[in-house]
Design a protein around this ligand. Sequence first.
Ligand SMILES: Cc1ncc(COP(=O)(O)O)c(C=O)c1O
Length: 457
Amino acid sequence: MRALREAIRSGRLAPDTRLPPYRTLANDLAIARNTVAGAYAELVEEGWLTARQGSGTRVARRATPLDPGQSRGPARPTRHRVTHDLMPTSPDAAAFPRADWAASARRALAAAPNDAFGVGDSRGRRELRHALTEYLARARGVRTDPDRIIICAGYAHALRLLCQVLQGPMAVESYGLAFHRSLIAGAGLDTVPLTVDAHGARTDELTATGADSVLLTPAHQFPTGGPLHPERRTAVIDWARATGGLLLEDDYDGEFRYDREPVGAVQGLDPDRVAYLGSTSKSLSPALRLGWMVLPGHLADRVAEAKGEREMWTGVVDQLTLADFINCGAYDRHLRRMRKIYRRRRDHLTATLAERAPHIAVTGIAAGLHAVLELPEGTEQAALRAARRQGLALEGLHPFRHPHSTLPPRDGLVIGYGTPPEHAFTAALDALCLALPDPPQDEHPEPTAPRRRPRRS
Ligand SMILES: Cc1ncc(COP(=O)(O)O)c(C=O)c1O
C-alpha cells in the first residue's frame, strides 16, 4: 500500500489512471485478493483513490503529484521514464511460482541428508542431475545420464566454462547476444558469423568458416526467432562428425513452442557431438542463476575440472529445491500455465498489430517469449527514439548483429512480450503502436477516379 501511495504522490500514477482489478494485482504480486482489496479501500478513504461502480478503482483527480521541486534528487531532463518493459531478457517476473517454490524448498530441506550441507561436488547435487536426466529426456529428447550433467550458474556460466576447454574459432549466428560473444572472445576464441535467415543459421557455411565449434539456438533463433530447419539440424551433426567439431546447443526457451509440440533438442541426434546448455532463466527466473550442461563423455571431466574441485557457484538449497520442483510435477505445471499465458500475449500482440499497424510484419512467433517487428530500412533508430518517448524499454536488431557479418543490417524491433506483468500488457501494446513508423506513402497512388477532360465546345 505504501508503494501505491508513493506512486500516486510522486505522479508515477497519473490522476484518473485505472488500477488493475484486485484479482489481477493479487496474482501478479502473489498475495491474497483481500490484501489488495483492503489496501484499495484504505487509499480510497485517504482520498488517493476513487472507486465507482462500473468504472473500477482510479487515481483521484485531486491526488496531485509532488511538484518537481519537492521530488528527491535533481531531475534528469533527457532520460525518459520506463513505464513499459518489453526487453527480451526476462520472463514475467510477477508469475514466479512463489508458493510452489517455497513448498519444494521446505520439502527439500527436510529430506536433505546431512552431507548436503558439507563441501559439495563441483558437478552439482546428484538429486538435481537425476531429476534433469529424466526431465530433459521426456521434455526435450535429450539423451544422457547424471554423470554427464554439470550444474552451473545459468547459461552464461556454462558458456564461460566450456570456452575454457575448447580451442580454435567458434562459429556463431550472425545475430545473437553481444554479451555472449564477448564471453567467448574473453576466453581467447575468435567468433565467425554464420548467416541467419528465416530457417535459422546457414549450416552450409560451416565448413568454409574453419571453425572447431559452433554455437546455435536451434529451438528459437535468438533474436530473429526462426526454429532451425530440420535439414540444417542434421547438417550440423554431419559437419561435427566429419570434422570432429562440437555443437554448443543453447536451448534457452525450448519449452515454449506454440504451433506444435516442442521440437526435441538436436543433442538427441548425437550426444557425443553436442554440448547441450539449458537454464531456468526463461522458464522460471533469471535471478535464480541455475543452469545445466549435458556434455559428451570426453568433455564432462574436463569441464568439471575447469569448474573447480568444489561447488563454488550454485547453492545447495536452490539445487535441491529445483530437483523437488521438477520431481513433484510443479515445473511441468508452471510451464503449461506460462505457455498458455505467453501464447495469449503473442496472439494479442499479432492481432493488435494486424489491426493498428498492418504494414509492420511480425516474425519469429512460433516459439519463445519474444518476436521481431520488421521495420522499413533505415527506420530502426527513429522507432527506438519514439519508443523511449512512449516510456517503452525495448531493443532494436542492430546491437545483436555480429560486427563481422557481411550482410546488410536488418532494421527491426525485438519485442519481449513475456516481460510485463499481466495487468500492464495491454497498455504496453498501446504505447508500442504509438511508437511504430507510419505506413510508407505510396509514391504512385492509383488515381481514385479518372479525371474528366473539360469538353471543348
Ligand atoms: C540467447 C540466450 N541464451 C541463454 C539465455 C540464458 O542465460 P542465463 O542462463 O545466463 O541467464 C538467455 C536469456 O535468458 C538468452 O537470451
